[in-house]
Design a protein around this ligand. Structure first.
Ligand SMILES: C[S@@+](CC[C@H](N)C(=O)[O-])C[C@H]1O[C@@H](n2cnc3c(N)ncnc32)[C@H](O)[C@@H]1O
Length: 297
């Protein structure tokens, strides 16, 4: 999870777990964002806190906790920005994108075709620095003369990390994140500025970025009517109960014919029975299971 200044530490797992201030900071992060640091990861949390302490004007972990607890969340947001720096790239999972294009889009188009305003809404939940939603927007744009002809589409991209979102809005990327970007897309949707590639204005206009904490139930209820949700490589941050809550919101926010995609190594096994696994066959996704009607005597 993320990167930060490396601070040497000498403690054992037990000594970190017995540090009450660190445990309180862990609890604060968990209750705010669902991100759980197990005892053997507490040293990483301590490093992240130490890397923020100076800027926050704190001289010890204890005073840093006081800042966190009393700064009306502003330092907590800074700490969350520090601990959630996410790995991503363009065209990260090609088999999944093939399944989207060849199987999912035609199915949704068929289901939506009769509606007065044919449109498709997609949500990239945990979009990090924007590579995922821009990839999806390129696929939609390409398909707008194919299977999506006559359809409007909306792509909402959300993340907890404000710094990643600002990067996403600017849309400037280096070699590492564009390493899988095929030449055709590179030429069509990017401006080459020499050292980096910048998303062109047409592509930029197709994605709406906003900050959303997936654990914030009061905001999650406003994400209704999604036909496709991508939540890839995000659930790894959460423990089982945080995962369950997020998945329940996805269930409520997906349309009846909607699809949910997770990361390559993620699954809903043991998390939810409200979804059914679909093999496509290049990738897997989830659709809503029909809810069993409650029998009344
Ligand atoms: C590894 S990145 C995944 C990026 C992209 N989905 C992909 O697969 O390439 C995980 C992202 O989840 C975000 N995240 C972690 N906890 C979150 C929360 N509670 N609410 C929203 N986003 C969160 C992080 O900020 C990070 O950008």
């Amino acid at each position: 999870m993320g990167t930060s200044t490396q601070v040497p530490h000498s403690g054992s797992t037990a000594s970190f777990a017995s540090n009450p201030t660190l445990v309180r900071i862990r609890d604060l992060i968990y209750s705010e964002a669902g991100i759980f640091y197990s005892d053997n990861k507490l040293h990483t949390l301590e490093e992240r806190c130490i890397s923020r302490m100076k800027e926050a004007g704190a001289t010890s972990l204890r005073t840093y906790y006081e800042v966190l607890a009393t700064s009306r969340n502003s330092e907590l947001v800074n700490l969350l920005n520090r601990i959630t720096v996410g790995e991503t790239c363009f065209f990260r999972n090609q088999p999944q994108l093939d399944a989207l294009r060849k199987i999912v889009l035609p199915k949704i188009v068929e289901a939506q075709a009769k509606s007065a305003v044919p449109q498709i809404r997609l949500w990239s939940a945990g979009c990090s620095t924007g590579e995922e939603p821009y990839t999806l927007a390129m696929i939609f744009l390409e398909e707008s003369q194919g299977v999506l002809k006559g359809f409007r589409f909306e792509i909402e991209a959300t993340d907890l990390n404000e710094i990643s979102l600002e990067h996403a809005r600017q849309g400037i990327y280096g070699e590492y994140s564009t390493r899988n970007l095929p030449p055709y897309f590179r030429q069509k949707y990017f401006l080459n500025t020499g050292e980096s590639l910048q998303v062109n204005s047409m592509l930029q206009s197709k994605v709406k970025f906003s900050r959303l904490n997936l654990q914030d139930a009061s905001r999650m209820v406003f994400m209704k009517g999604m036909d496709i949700i991508f939540c890839c490589n995000v659930l790894i941050y959460f423990d089982t109960s945080s995962k369950r809550m997020v998945i329940q919101h996805f269930y409520n926010n997906l349309t009846a014919h909607g699809f949910l995609f997770l990361g390559h190594s993620e699954s809903l096994y043991g998390i939810s029975e409200d979804f059914r696994l679909v093999h496509m066959p290049s990738a897997t996704g989830y659709v809503k299971s029909p809810r069993t009607p409650v029998m009344r005597g």
